[in-house]
Design a protein around this ligand. Structure first.
Ligand SMILES: NC(=O)c1ccc[n+]([C@@H]2O[C@H](COP(=O)([O-])OP(=O)(O)OC[C@H]3O[C@@H](n4cnc5c(N)ncnc54)[C@H](OP(=O)(O)O)[C@@H]3O)[C@@H](O)[C@H]2O)c1
Length: 301
């Protein structure tokens, strides 16, 4: 089979690692870390890096960015540089070189006021600097070429960076007598491995352009997400001090930090119609993730 070449900018992030994992078997990979291409660089320096490293790529995926929502609020110029200006440089370079470009965006482009899943056609109304920067990054991606694709994701977790909800929820349940988690946010916990796998059939398909939503199916509150993680850890034999996760409100937790949308379940009907595939329910991949990546850290051998 003629192997195609896939460039992944942000290869050390959670999603970047999963993308590499699923692409490795059938495609040639070019992985770029922050050291190869820093999104803080000027347009000229980013282009130099792309010229020398992304040689002959069929598609370039950008999974790097400033993903720290509160830091973006405190440092809007950096959010703009990392999530918009550098995206425009990469998107324009790709268009000039005939490389299809896929960028990742976020459920935070919405205000969370709906109570049914958001479709790709729903108007964006970001509540935070991070959300606005992702909207502007989407625009920069799609303006550069009509072959480009923006994939919106939500409530991501996965191997590589143990900082997501399953990792800290179990950690705190082991260490603390009480654990309270926000109960007035609703979303769909989404496994990076499933997101990367779902994208495989669309990687080189120019007709899959514009905006696309991907998430595991089903939904829950953040408190229910944390509770499920703790339950899975207990199933694996992890000794916890907190068995029942209590409720908090967003106001209790975030106070005057960046405002988060209340409801951000994404509709995947467009993806299902395009591919004939459905995404797995959120619980089973999460159970496996806790078993393989979280519980072993707390089990005595
Ligand atoms: N996490 C979520 O819940 C979530 C939800 C919706 C959408 N998304 C979107 O999904 C995409 C992937 O998210 P993720 O969870 O995989 O993020 P992540 O694990 O935080 O990874 C982000 C990557 O960006 C890199 N990066 C940060 N600053 C950089 C810079 N100045 N130059 C170059 N690289 C830089 C990081 O490099 P280092 O490894 O060197 O730090 C890291 O590899 C992002 O576009 C994000 O906005 C995420």
């Amino acid at each position: 089979m003629n192997r195609k070449k896939v460039a992944i900018i942000g290869s050390n992030g959670r999603l970047g690692r999963s993308l590499q994992e699923v692409c490795r078997e059938d495609h040639d990979l070019i992985g770029l870390s922050r050291y190869d291409l820093d999104l803080a660089w000027s347009d000229g320096k980013i282009r130099e890096a792309l010229d020398s490293l992304v040689v002959g790529a069929d598609v370039a995926l950008l999974s790097a960015g400033n993903t720290n929502v509160d830091l973006c609020e405190a440092q809007p110029d950096e959010a703009e540089q990392l999530n918009v200006t550098s995206v425009r440089s990469i998107a324009n370079w790709c268009a000039e070189q005939g490389v299809r470009f896929i960028n990742f965006s976020s459920d935070y482009v919405f205000d969370g006021e709906k109570d049914t899943p958001y479709t790709e056609d729903d108007p964006v109304e970001p509540l935070s600097i991070y959300g606005q920067s992702k909207v502007d990054g989407e625009d920069a991606t799609l303006e550069a070429s009509d072959r480009n694709l923006v994939v919106r994701l939500t409530w991501l977790y996965g191997p590589g960076k143990p900082l997501a909800t399953p990792d800290w929820a179990v950690d705190l349940a082991v260490k603390q007598d009480h654990l309270n988690v926000v109960s007035d946010r609703i979303g769909s916990p989404s496994y990076t491995g499933d997101m990367a796998d779902a994208l495989l059939p669309l990687l080189f398909d120019d007709s899959a352009s514009g905006i696309l939503h991907l998430c595991n199916s089903g939904s829950c509150t953040w408190q229910e997400w944390a509770q499920f993680c703790v339950d899975c850890a207990i199933e694996c034999g992890v000794e916890v001090k907190t068995r029942e996760v209590g409720p908090l409100t967003m106001n209790d937790l975030f106070g005057d930090r960046a405002t988060r949308p209340r409801y951000t379940v994404l509709s995947t009907e467009k993806y299902e119609a395009m591919t004939g595939r459905t995404l797995p329910d959120w619980r089973e991949p999460l159970r496996q993730y806790v078993r393989d990546h979280v519980a072993p850290r707390f089990l005595r051998i």
